[in-house]
Design a binder for this molecule. Structure first.
Ligand code: SF4
Ligand code: SF4
Ligand code: SF4
Length: 153
């Protein structure tokens, strides 16, 4: 099982997770981080915790890291960044196909999704990576599943 951590694409781990190989070595699969998550976005995948943004968003409450006795989720300071992921919008986004939609923007608490007016079609949704916290609140509401979270390139 642990060899998988070197080869397969890593699932999205909970916030403040160690780098993937270190996480695989440290996490004992106790599951303690799952029930403490207020939005229930932490699920088990192959026995290890991962985040499923289709279930909701991360509030960055820190409960998962506080519950992790193994140090696999390690919040070293209150200011430590939880992760580096940002929202990314795929080509299936409705305004790119002439359909007005601002649903994701309505769910973004930090207004990281901007809608720039343009000629000849509805405003296009664009993520401001500097503002996006990677909370995932925009993922589930999108009617065409156009939003994913990934490390900014
Ligand atoms: S920080 Fe809080 S909301 Fe986010 S995954 Fe951990 S327990 Fe859940
Ligand atoms: S909710 Fe989805 S389809 Fe609508 S603007 Fe946002 S990314 Fe595009
Ligand atoms: S991931 Fe969160 S902060 Fe980023 S655009 Fe979506 S709702 Fe806004």
């Amino acid at each position: 099982m642990r060899g998988d951590f070197k080869t397969r694409k890593a699932p999205q781990r909970p916030p403040w997770a160690l780098a993937e190989e270190l996480f695989g070595a440290a996490c004992s699969r106790c599951g303690d981080c799952l029930p403490v998550c207020p939005t229930r976005i932490i699920v088990l995948g192959r026995g290890y915790p991962e985040v499923d943004f289709k279930r909701g968003e991360c509030t960055f409450c820190g409960a998962c890291a506080a519950a992790c006795k193994d140090g696999a989720l390690l919040r070293t300071t209150d200011q430590a960044a939880p992760w580096a992921i940002k929202a990314q919008i795929a080509a299936s986004c409705l305004p790119r196909h002439g359909v007005e939609c601002r649903i994701c923007g309505d769910h973004c608490l930090v207004a990281a999704i901007r809608f720039s007016p343009r000629l000849g079609g509805p405003p296009l949704a664009e993520v401001d990576p500097a503002s996006c916290t990677g909370c995932g609140a925009c993922v589930a509401p999108c009617p065409v599943t156009a939003i994913s979270l990934a490390d900014a390139i």
